[in-house]
Design a protein around this ligand. Structure first.
Ligand code: NAP
Length: 250
């Protein structure tokens, strides 16, 4: 009997999980992406790309494709998709769990100012002009236009288009993982005095946080959105094991 698994992806963990499940002979995996990145990295399983049209559309997809297990492995900041997944799982009664990497924790030496949104982080940069390194997604940069007196260096996977509505902004396109030596060199070379980032968690982009700590740079860090209470594991390995249990005892 073949088991069908739908992974809601867009993270490194979702790719790793797909790889761990793909080799199992009685498991068919489809990984779903929102379609935000122009050139997604390679995945070891078939992809479907684009929104489902809300929780009802996802529920229809689950029924039509006879999905046996739904795994929400989206980014910790993808709050809407997480909500839709929980609703669709409950509506279809398909076995469901979430894969979500733990948040970064503040350690000695960190100069963190935690905020609840990008807008409030931008406000907390203050009135004095600063040199800010921004590592938010391209779609989250809007609030920056409320503080045009700072100089911004923005790093994103795809180009920021249209550019920010501020007089001093420069752009770098790069995809993680990033290492500590390079991040440190970048922050020093650009004379950065504030880092604007989300608490994404995970190893791939942590080096900027460690570099900021080493250089005594303030980090304006946006807290994660709250998620519904759902059974959650924190690594692809745990998710693969739980998937195996769910499919075996279904
Ligand atoms: P979001 O605000 O939670 O979702 C907005 C809408 O995008 C959803 O309602 C859904 O449309 C569609 N969508 C999101 N993830 C999808 C998926 N995996 N497959 C199919 N449709 C999806 O999401 P977001 O924050 O824009 O993130 C979009 C994608 O980028 C996610 O897959 C996430 O894992 C990835 N990502 C996000 C971040 C971040 O910081 N937010 C960072 C890295 C990667 P419908 O309602 O039409 O189904």
């Amino acid at each position: 009997m073949t088991h069908r698994v739908l992974i809601l992806g867009g993270t490194g963990e979702s790719r790793e999980l797909a790889g761990r499940l793909a080799f199992r002979t009685n498991v068919e995996v489809v990984l779903s992406l929102a379609g935000r990145t122009r050139e997604p990295v390679d995945y070891p399983v078939p992809l479907r790309i684009g929104g489902f049209g809300g929780p009802g559309g996802l529920a229809d997809y689950i029924r039509e494709r006879a999905i046996d297990l739904l795994i929400d492995a989206t980014h910790p900041f993808a709050a809407q998709m997480a909500r839709h997944a929980a609703i669709a799982a409950s509506e279809t009664e398909v076995p469901f769990f979430k894969l979500c990497r733990p948040a970064w924790q503040k350690v000695d030496g960190d100069r963190w100012t935690e905020t609840i949104s990008v807008a409030s982080a931008v406000k907390k940069l203050g009135k004095k002009p600063r040199r800010v390194f921004v590592t938010l997604g391209r779609q989250e940069l809007g609030p920056i236009s409320a503080a045009p007196h700072h100089a911004y260096l923005v790093r994103s996977v795809d180009p920021v288009d249209p550019p920010l509505d501020v007089p001093d902004a420069r752009y770098i396109e790069a995809r993680g993982p990033f290492n500590l030596a390079d991040e440190r060199k970048l922050l020093q070379g650009e004379k950065i005095d504030a880092l604007l980032a989300k608490n994404s968690g995970g190893d791939a982009t942590y080096a900027k946080i460690a570099a900021a700590r080493a250089l005594g740079i303030e980090v304006l860090i946006v807290r994660r959105p709250r998620h519904a209470t759902v059974e959650t594991v924190s690594s692809a390995l745990e998710a693969a094991e739980l998937a195996h249990q769910r499919l075996t005892f279904e």
